[in-house]
Design a protein around this ligand. Structure first.
Ligand SMILES: NC(=O)c1ccc[n+]([C@@H]2O[C@H](COP(=O)([O-])OP(=O)(O)OC[C@H]3O[C@@H](n4cnc5c(N)ncnc54)[C@H](O)[C@@H]3O)[C@@H](O)[C@H]2O)c1
Length: 246
């Protein structure tokens, strides 16, 4: 069953991890997929392996580039805002640079991308926006994730606001809130720790299911939210965390 047949979809942060698997899952489900990332090399590798993907190197914090990109689209049915970054540290350790970069990449990008998407979705009176938030947000905390948690809470807030304001136009907006997912950036964070084996065990143990999530498992939820099967769902924050927040 091709659940996204005929849909034009945009996925940010598509060069790696959750965004990459989401772009590929959308492709398998019959969508026409635009994969965006500022990592041009990662995108080139992705397109070499999957020539049906359309890729575009773009910084999602650049308002001019975001507007120009959307101006070139004929239509837009689904947008997944996945690009993000993790600044580590508690409030005392959070520099202005970490704070501003976190706000720009995790929050302002979502504001810009959703604004541009709505301009295309409103005339269609239809659309689905999926924002990748986190359980580290308004849902809960983790050690040394001050700026990250603040920005992901804001993503949930923006999701609910857009869901409320654009439901009249049949535009849905939902947030996915994962706990630890084993992506290349997560692996790099673990391997950078002093005792990486102990750190990996601790990350796995945080989930009662005893392991981190897989990017494909998050992508599958994004497919559902992108598809018409979730047509009555908007403003939701879907926790997918192996039981971490039970
Ligand atoms: N991996 C996890 O454990 C986890 C858990 C909860 C939420 N998340 C969220 O899921 C999303 C994806 O995480 P991931 O682990 O797959 O991350 P990742 O670091 O592997 O991928 C993020 C992608 O975003 C891209 N990106 C960063 N800044 C950008 C910018 N300014 N413009 C365009 N692209 C940019 C990166 O190049 C990268 O390809 C993030 O928003 C992250 O916060 C991840």
């Amino acid at each position: 069953m091709a659940r996204l047949m005929g849909k034009t979809c945009v996925v940010t942060g598509a060069a790696a991890g959750i965004g990459r698997e989401t772009a590929l899952a959308f492709l398998r489900e019959g969508a026409s997929v635009q994969a965006l990332d500022h990592d041009a090399r990662g995108l080139a590798q992705l397109q070499e392996q999957h020539p049906q993907l359309q890729v575009k190197a773009l910084d999602v914090t650049d308002a001019t580039a975001v507007t120009a990109f959307h101006a070139g689209l004929e239509r837009l049915d689904v947008q997944v805002n996945c690009a993000g970054m993790v600044a580590t540290g508690n409030l005392s350790a959070c520099s202005m640079d970490d704070w501003r970069r976190s706000l720009d990449i995790n929050m302002t990008s979502v504001y810009l991308m959703m604004g541009a998407a709505l301009d295309l979705m409103l005339p269609l009176k239809s659309g689905s926006i999926v924002n990748i938030a986190s359980v580290i947000s308004s849902i809960g905390a983790a050690p040394d994730r001050f700026a990250y948690g603040a920005t992901k809470a804001a993503v949930i807030g923006m999701t609910k606001s857009v869901a409320r304001d654009y439901a009249h136009a049949n535009i849905r907006c939902n947030a996915i809130c994962p706990s630890a997912v084993e992506t290349p950036s997560m692996t790099a964070r673990i391997e950078a720790m002093a005792d990486s084996e102990a750190a990996r065990r601790a990350f796995n143990a945080r989930q009662p299911l005893g392991r981190m999530g897989r990017p494909e498992e998050i992508a599958e939820l994004a497919v559902y939210l992108a598809s018409d099967l979730s047509g009555f769902m908007t403003g939701s924050q879907l926790v997918i965390d192996g039981g971490a927040k039970l």
